[in-house]
Design a protein around this ligand. Structure first.
Ligand code: KIV
Length: 274
């Protein structure tokens, strides 16, 4: 008799418990099929609002809506069984008040069944993070370079490269940790700052362009697979899929034009007569 081990999905407390432990592996996914491929290898799948830029060709993440995040969150949940799925709160869906954030986060949890949400902002979001976590919504925070603030930041450049600027980032990190976030993404900050934050706060830091000093790492899947044409300096390409996909499409187009495809293996004949 074969005994099948029950697969249990990782939870926000499981990730919190990994502080200073085995590095947390995270990647983004927006689809059921990529979620299925990631699921066995990562601890966290983030349905990032980067989907606006990656899937929809938008210039920033600002136009992404809650409905878009819910739709793709549901797909990722259907495709995965064991990773913690975190759905990003899009710009405008949580900043107004803790109540607005709770209303929209509750919709995300109810409609996707994912295990946590992510929101951008440090000290300014601490009250909201506390409000959400006290009401059953696990929160992953996001500090450093926060893409939803592109219009006030002015560019996607790295933050904290001058030690004189560190105060704000250290305060942001402490504020989200003390407010009850179970982890914090630190994006595009200088390595010594990421190391200092990671050493000082009690929750895991998940770096993206923030060095190996963090408790875990995340990348946008399409960037590391070589599907994105322009990527930031911190992305390492683990594949060059764009070339492979283009070669496959070209081969298909050539074979259709030359009537080589469909061949005998890909057509249905008549049923044999009885
Ligand atoms: O939206 C996203 O994909 C993200 C990651 C870059 C952390 O927030």
């Amino acid at each position: 008799m074969s005994v099948q081990k029950e697969i249990r999905r990782l939870t926000a407390p499981d990730i919190l418990a990994r502080k200073k432990g085995e590095p947390i592996v995270a990647l983004t996914s927006y689809h059921a099929h990529t979620a299925g491929l990631l699921d066995r290898y990562v601890d966290v799948i983030l349905v990032g609002d980067s989907l606006g830029m990656v899937m929809h060709g938008l210039e920033t993440t600002l136009p992404v809506t809650l409905d878009m995040m819910i739709l793709q969150g549901r797909a990722v949940m259907r495709g995965s069984k064991q990773a913690l799925v975190v759905d990003d709160m899009p710009f405008g869906s949580y900043e107004e008040s803790p109540q607005q954030a709770f209303r929209n986060a509750a919709r995300v949890l109810k409609e996707t069944h994912c295990g946590a949400i992510k929101l951008e902002g440090g000290t300014r979001m601490a009250e909201t993070i506390r409000f959400l976590t006290e009401r059953g919504v696990p929160v992953m925070a996001h500090i450093g370079m926060t893409p939803q603030s592109i219009n006030t930041l002015g560019s996607f450049r790295a933050q904290g490269r001058d030690e004189a600027d560190w105060g704000k980032f250290l305060e942001d990190a402490q504020a989200v940790a003390k407010a009850g976030a179970f982890s914090v993404v630190i994006e595009a900050v200088a390595e010594p700052l990421a190391r200092r934050i990671t050493g000082e706060i009690a929750i895991p830091t998940i770096g993206i362009g923030a060095s190996a000093a963090c408790d875990g790492q995340i990348l946008v899947l399409e960037d590391m697979l070589g599907l994105s044409s322009r990527v930031p300096k911190f992305v390492k390409r683990y594949g060059e899929l764009a070339g492979q996909i283009e070669a496959s499409i070209k081969a298909y187009a050539d074979e259709v034009r030359s009537r080589k495809f469909p061949g005998p293996d890909h057509v249905y004949g008549l049923k044999p007569k009885p």
